[in-house]
Design a protein around this ligand. Sequence first.
Ligand code: PRP
Ligand code: URA
Length: 209
Amino acid sequence: MSKVMIFDHPLIQHKLSILRDKDTGVKQFRELVSEIAKLMCFEATRDLPLEPVTVMTPVGEAHCKRVAGKKLAVVPILRAGLGMVDGMVDMMPNVKVGHIGLFRDPETLEPVKYYFKMPPDIAERDVIVVDPMLATGGSAVAAITFLKEVGVKHIKLMDIIAAPEGVKAVQDAHPDVDIYVAALDDHLNEHGYIVPGLGDAGDRIFGTK
Ligand code: PRP
Ligand code: URA
């Protein structure tokens, strides 16, 4: 069974409280999504392997550690996942980025795929899927399935807010995928929105409502 890690770091929780506020405007919302992604990235990459390296300081030899050339990719689920990419790339400037376009059919809540573009060597990379919201889990389950179909073996899922229903759906479909969230909320409403959540993440990032 996959693990669910809830990042209760004070800075993440502080920023999340502003993000949830219905009066937070587009500019600040976008900035906060990016900042939270950066802080979450810091935690979610805690298990990256290191290798020893010796460098010369102005004073002498220092025995240090560097990330051991692990091949990573960040894959946002469009649209809202795009808001998390900058924060991730700030932390890992050489990371490759793939894109999966999915939207939720408003009637059935089933994910509809409209775009899939990955770095050519994606099958050799560990992937962090990013999306601010994990609601029914349909989008995340589908995105992870598409990645596995092209050969990806190690996948992590990073969401800012998750509903218990979405966590269960991912755990049932992909028990090998660990889930990182900043908050685990109460439930979904009859429209599939997370309660209390933050509303429609895509609309709030892109100002489309
Ligand atoms: C939102 C969100 C997730 C999905 C979560 O995207 O960004 O991708 O809903 O819901 P689920 O867990 O029930 O699948 P949406 O479909 O609204 O598309 P958008 O990002 O283009 O606005
Ligand atoms: N997608 C969103 O953007 N928000 C929700 O609460 C659920 C799905």
